[in-house]
Write a protein that binds this ligand. Structure first.
Ligand code: SIN
Length: 308
């Protein structure tokens, strides 16, 4: 028998939000249980589903401990022969970081579809139920694999996905790469290959055993940026720094000097770009290593490297 069970892990977010007059934007995220979110969708009545509430937070408060629990539970369920795929409900604000983190540590051979909403579950016309249903469609898609974000009928790969809008329902983009697929009338129309690979040997174990989150910060180059922020972080004991450079990852001279001094003191440094699209193109003679992904994803990579 082919695997047909779908596991849904709830972490909170606006998809689980409830109206609250007086609250920011009129609601509070992470209020409704994942079991209830699934039960509210008649189309899922006949699907074999397991739900687990891993957390119930606004994803701006995403923390290492939640990532650890999520990775552990995903690893457990992905290893079950009858599980076809996993759906994760998540806030939109840090979804792209969780997606990349899970792709890096799990590199799943089955689909892990992370979904969300821009309107709370109690809105007049909520977007969460359709997004959740679409995520099920992706999680049940034969041959699909890897960590993806599913929002507004669009499927984004973990490496490319980024939140690009503060309010619109179609809040995510994939930059130059474009979406991986669309979900249209309950069917997946695939445009490119599923996310593959990356988990190094023992990486999941190292993540699960870690007691402390390495200290990694993002520093941004901008008009008037200098050395003081970097110097202060190094003096405070920072272990890794991602520089969100301008354009092709360029940095003003005092900031670059400070980052080079930081590297000499053993701080790991990566150079990304604050541009929305494109990636840093490494040049011969670069003194600070370039990273091809966004600053927040470069930071995830640095965290995982430091955990090693
Ligand atoms: C959150 O990220 O948890 C709140 C915002 C959202 O889900 O859109």
């Amino acid at each position: 028998m082919s695997p047909d069970r779908i596991v849904v892990m709830g972490t909170g977010g606006t998809i689980a939000g409830r109206g609250a007059p007086g609250a920011e934007l009129g609601y509070v995220a992470g209020q409704i249980g994942v079991e209830d979110l699934v039960a509210a969708i008649p189309e899922l009545r006949d699907v074999r589903v397991v739900t687990e509430q891993v957390a119930q937070i606004d994803s701006k408060d995403m923390a290492f401990g939640v990532w650890q629990s999520l990775a552990a539970r995903c690893a457990h369920w992905l290893g079950q022969a009858d599980v076809a795929g996993i759906v994760v409900t998540h806030g939109t604000d840090t979804l792209e970081e969780t997606a990349w983190f899970l792709q890096r540590v799990l590199a799943p051979g089955k689909p892990v579809a992370i979904t969300c909403a821009m309107r709370p579950a109690t809105a007049l016309v909520p977007d969460g139920p359709q997004n959740l249903l679409d995520a099920f469609t992706v999680a049940r898609q034969a041959g699909a694999r890897g960590v993806m974000a599913v929002c507004a009928g669009v499927v984004h790969g973990a490496a490319e996905v980024r939140k690009v809008h503060t309010y619109r329902l179609d809040a995510f983009g994939s930059g130059d790469a474009g979406p991986l697929a669309y979900v249209e009338a309950g069917r997946v129309r695939q445009l490119r290959g599923w996310p593959q690979g990356l988990s190094g040997a023992g990486l999941l174990d190292r993540v699960l055993c870690a007691r402390e989150w390495p200290w990694v910060e993002i520093v941004t180059n901008h008009a008037g940026a200098g050395s003081r922020t970097v110097d202060a972080l190094v003096a405070g004991g920072v272990q890794g720094l991602v520089a969100a450079g301008t354009g092709n990852g360029s940095l003003n001279v005092p900031m670059e000097q400070a980052l080079l001094r930081a590297m000499e003191k053993g701080v790991r440094v990566l150079r990304s770009t604050r541009c929305l699209d494109g990636k840093v193109i490494a040049q011969a003679g670069d003194r600070l290593p370039a990273h091809p992904l966004t600053p927040v994803k470069a930071r995830v990579d640095l965290l995982l490297e430091l955990l090693a």
